[in-house]
Design a protein around this ligand. Structure first.
Ligand code: NAD
Length: 321
C-alpha cells in the first residue's frame, strides 16, 4: 500500500516535492491545504486529491500517514504540532522556525511522539557531499568560507524581517546546515551586516549583506557570507582550507579538491531532491527513520545557529550556542 500523504502549503517548494513524489510508486498524495483556496484547489485537481483551506480540517477528515509542511518561516509551529498530535510522520521545509520557542516546542513534541521526521536540507543527499565527507575523514581544516550571495527572491514575505527572519535565516541556512553536517557543532557566533543598498525596494527591511563568524567545538573557524542585493554575479557554496589541501564546493554543482599537486573536480550526478523524498517515504513505510539525513532535531540545530547570528546582529555580542 502506498503511503498516504498530505501537504500544508502548495507554493513553490511544494510543487518540487509533488513532482518528486509523482515518481515514487510508494507515495500517494491524498490531500492538500493552502490558505489561498484557489492554490489548494488547483493542486488538488491535478493530483486527484482533496483540497482544504484549513489544516486542522484536513488532519481531522483525512486518513494520512505523513504530512509535508511547505510554509514560509513565519507560519511554522501550529501546523507541525497538529501533525505530531495526530501521530503522523512530518516533513518540514527549512528553515523550520524563526524563533527559539517554536524550535523547542516542536523538538519536544517530536521526541515525545518518537515521530519520523525530515527537514528539506536536500544538499545532504548530494553524491558529491558523500565523496567530500569521505575525503575529510581524518583531515581537520583550519578555515572555511561559506557563501549565499545573489539576488532577492520575488515572494513578498521573503524581504520582510518579521515574516522571513532575513536572508541568513531563510536562505543561507543551507550553508549553515552544510557546515554543521561536515564539521560538527558550533560553539559561538558573531555577526555584522550592511544595509541601505536596496532602499527603493517595496517593504524591504532586511540586511543587504552579512558576515557571520563561527567558532566550532573542533577548533575550526570560518565566516559565512550572505548577500541578496547583487544584480550581477553571485556565489553559493563553501571553500575549505586545510594544511595540504583546499576544497571548493559549488553548491549543488561540483567539488574541486586540490591535494598536493593534484586537482580533481567532480560534478553532481544524482537527483538529490528525489532521493530526499524517496528516503522519507521509505522511512514512513518501514517505520525506520535511520536513513534520513536531516531529521527535525538536525533542522532545529541549523535554524538555531542562524537565529544566534540574528541575536548577535541585534546585540553586537558573541552568542554561545
Ligand atoms: N529546500 C529547498 O531547497 C527550498 C527551496 C525553495 C523554498 N524552500 C523553503 O520552503 C518554504 C516555502 O517556500 P515557497 O517558495 O514554497 O513559498 P511560497 O510563498 O511559494 O508558498 C508558501 C505557501 O504557503 C501558503 N500558506 C501560508 N500560510 C499557510 C497556512 N497557515 N496554512 C496553509 N497554507 C499556508 C501560502 O499561501 C503559499 O501558497 C520557505 O521556507 C523556503 O525557504 C526550500
Amino acid at each position: 500500500m502506498a503511503v498516504r500523504i498530505g501537504f500544508i502549503g502548495t507554493g513553490g517548494i511544494a510543487g518540487f516535492h509533488i513532482n518528486n513524489l509523482s515518481k515514487i510508486p510508494d507515495a500517494k498524495i491524498a490531500a492538500v491545504c493552502d490558505v489561498v483556496k484557489e492554490k489548494a484547489d488547483a493542486a488538488a485537481a491535478k493530483l486527484g486529491a482533496t483540497a482544504y483551506p484549513d489544516f486542522h480540517e484536513m488532519l481531522d477528515r483525512e486518513d494520512l500517514q505523513a504530512v509535508y509542511v511547505c510554509l514560509p518561516p513565519f507560519a511554522h509551529g501550529q501546523p507541525e504540532l497538529a501533525v505530531l498530535a495526530k501521530g503522523l510522520a512530518l516533513f518540514v521545509e527549512k528553515p523550520v522556525a524563526m524563533d527559539f520557542q517554536t524550535l523547542k516546542k516542536v523538538t519536544a513534541a517530536v521526541k515525545r511522539k518518537k515521530a519520523i521526521t525530515a527537514v528539506g536540507y536536500q544538499d545532504r543527499y548530494l553524491d558529491i557531499i558523500e565523496k567530500l565527507k569521505k575525503f575529510l575523514e581524518g583531515r581537520r581544516p583550519g578555515l572555511i568560507l561559506g557563501y549565499w550571495m545573489g539576488g532577492m527572491p520575488g515572494v513578498m514575505w521573503w524581504r520582510q524581517r518579521k515574516l522571513s527572519g532575513g536572508q541568513h535565516v531563510e536562505q543561507t541556512t543551507h550553508i549553515f546546515d552544510m557546515a554543521r553536517y561536515l564539521f560538527g557543532e558550533v560553539k559561538r557566533v558573531s555577526a555584522v551586516a550592511s544595509t541601505g543598498l536596496m532602499a527603493e525596494v517595496e517593504k524591504y527591511d532586511i540586511e543587504d549583506c552579512s558576515a557571520v563568524n563561527l567558532e566550532f567545538h573542533s577548533g575550526l573557524v570560518g565566516t559565512i557570507f550572505s548577500a541578496c542585493c547583487l544584480q550581477t554575479g553571485g556565489r553559493c557554496g563553501i571553500d575549505i582550507f586545510g594544511r595540504d589541501y583546499t576544497v571548493e564546493y559549488k553548491e549543488r554543482t561540483s567539488i574541486k579538491i586540490t591535494h598536493g599537486p593534484i586537482t580533481e573536480e567532480t560534478r553532481v550526478a544524482n537527483d538529490y531532491g528525489l532521493k530526499e523524498d524517496q528516503v522519507f517515504v521509505e522511512a514512513v513505510k518501514n517505520g525506520d527513520g535511520s536513513a534520513i539525513r536531516a531529521p527535525y532535531e538536525e533542522g532545529a540545530k541549523s535554524a538555531a545557529l542562524s537565529l544566534a547570528a540574528s541575536e548577535s546582529l541585534a546585540t553586537g555580542k558573541f552568542i554561545d550556542l
